[in-house]
Ligand binder design. Structure first.
Ligand code: CS2
Length: 504
């Protein structure tokens, strides 16, 4: 904390009145709100996206039942809970436009937060409460426990195995949801909607499939329990495409708020001005009119989600891995280098666009232009470390799926092959071209490194991680491209830009 911030009061319900007048704040009476939404996984993205749509909606009369109660499952949510409690669940949102314009806001849609590890029964009671109509999720790609090659629930995951065996002592989102739905079923209550807000294609359908497998395994251990069948019949799982770039909060963001809001907020959120949310209109027991505040309800979200995940998220990973090896630190810095922008655009045009469906009202060329402009926003310092974090959970869905689809129709995938080879080098050496250490966070890091470190003896060693790559190892059309890329990357004094240039 800076000495400046020490002298300032904390943002909370009382000090809200002290904010300078230009700061947008809740204009609704927060004491009258009810938490119709319980959200599991209150990270930066949720606070820049769904909570912001809800904040705008609460400004319109008649929507008081749609406030949010947050749930934190992870130990590191303890600190967030302490901050939110101190701030009456209020937080600042700093929206940074590409042209330098800044929208300063305070978001008030969250009215409670429960730290689950210390309050398991409170969480189950909250989920089972009759006010709860929607349980929404941002538990990250890995949180769904989908086995990357079989597409089934990964029952070997230790937390999932624990929750299947111990229905009364949950740790995972599925464990809590199942416990609460059991209460609702047994007491004759309506089911809630389960609304995934993660970057997974068919996120609703995936959540449904995983939860039904999970509850079927729990049912098999208890007599007369038919929870899985009840869920299949009563719970709705709308698919959705979600989008807003939200970098990790830095000390600079905290200091900005202290100086410009005149109050301290220990965990403000900074995000880009662009925001998109396309949702299937398929809810179990009512829904907020988020379409009145910029979201879009559609009957089928499939083409929107594929376009976003395969262009934006994969595009981020392309820049993230190549840019990290080059020595860049942020996305805007990387895409402002015309060699990287050119490579990204070629990847999008040649290897992704042919796999996408035409979308009424969306011009794909314009969508790609906008993506590059968004990535280049100089006021959003989105770190490559954030983008590359948990690549083992992201790349199978963002990029490797594209490679498989291209191979199936004999289309070239050399640009993506170089990215996979770069991921091998990144996991193996863990330094950039200038030999500076990379900040790598990945639940599979030990395995990634072990396989990658066999590369000098066996060029294809990394691809043997078949839980990530499936049968890529046995597809000569791919292994040829991959070996060429590995040989170039591992050559003495190799230079990523030259290799990118030669791959184009
Ligand atoms: C990013 C996403 O995590 C990532 O790799 O691509 O967090 C991305 O910023 C969001 O999906 C944007 O909507």
């Amino acid at each position: 904390m800076t000495s400046d911030s020490l002298s300032k009061s904390t943002l909370n319900q009382v000090t809200l009145a002290e904010l300078p007048s230009h700061i947008d704040r809740p204009t609704y009476d927060r004491s009258q709100l009810k938490a119709g939404i319980v959200h599991i996984g209150v990270g930066g993205f949720h606070r820049a996206h769904q909570a912001v749509y809800s904040n705008e909606l609460l400004k319109t009369p008649g929507s008081e039942q749609w406030a949010i109660c947050g749930i934190g499952l992870l130990e590191n949510n303890r600190a967030l809970r302490d901050i939110l409690v101190k701030q009456d669940y209020l937080y600042s949102l700093v929206v940074r436009h590409p042209n330098g314009q800044i929208d300063n806001k305070v978001i008030g849609s969250m009215i409670d937060f429960i730290f689950a590890p210390d309050n398991k029964q409170t969480v189950i009671d909250k989920l089972a409460h009759s006010d709860t109509k929607i349980v929404s999720l941002t538990i990250t790609e890995g949180g769904y426990n989908v086995h990357p090659t079989t597409g089934e629930l990964d029952v070997e995951n230790s937390a999932i195995a624990h929750d299947i065996a111990n229905p009364n002592d949950p740790k995972t989102a599925f464990g809590y949801i199942a416990a609460a739905l059991k209460v609702r079923k047994e007491s004759g209550m309506k089911a809630f909607t389960i609304q995934s807000c993660d970057n997974i294609q068919h996120n609703g359908a995936v959540t449904r499939k995983m939860l039904l497998s999970f509850t079927a395994l729990q049912d098999a251990q208890q007599q007369n329990s038919e929870l899985s069948q009840w869920i299949a019949k009563h719970v709705h799982f709308p698919n959705a495409m979600v989008d807003r770039i939200t970098p990790v909060t830095t000390k600079t963001d905290i200091d900005y708020v202290t100086q410009n809001y005149g109050l301290t907020d220990e965990w403000p959120i900074t995000c880009e001005s662009f925001s998109q949310w396309v949702i299937e209109d398929n809810f179990s027991d009512g829904r907020p009119n988020w379409d009145n505040v910029g979201a879009q309800f559609v009957s089928d979200v499939t083409p929107f989600e594929k376009m976003k995940i395969r262009l934006l998220n994969a595009g981020h990973s392309v820049l993230g891995l190549l840019g990290s090896i080059h020595g860049y630190a942020t996305i805007d810095e990387t895409v402002s280098d015309k060699d990287f922008a050119k490579y990204l655009r070629a990847f999008m045009d040649l290897e992704v666009t042919p796999l996408l469906d035409e979308l009424d009202g969306i011009d794909l060329n314009q969508y790609k232009d906008t993506l590059i402009e968004r990535f280049a926003n100089p006021n959003i310092k989105d770190s490559l470390a954030r983008i590359c974090s948990e690549s083992s959970a992201k790349l199978p869905k963002f990029l490797i799926a594209t490679i498989h689809e291209n191979l199936a129709v004999n289309r070239d995938c050399s640009l993506a092959a170089l990215v996979i080879a770069t991921w091998c080098l990144y996991s193996d050496k863990q330094v950039n071209q200038a030999q500076q250490a990379l900040d790598i966070q990945d639940a599979m890091q030990a395995e990634l490194t072990t396989y990658a470190q066999q590369t000098s003896a066996d060029t294809l060693a990394f691809l043997k991680l078949n839980s990530l790559f499936g049968d890529l190892m046995n597809q000569p059309a791919f292994t040829q491209l991959y070996s060429d890329a590995i040989n170039a990357l591992y050559a003495p004094a190799s230079n990523i830009k030259n290799i990118m240039h030669n791959t184009l």
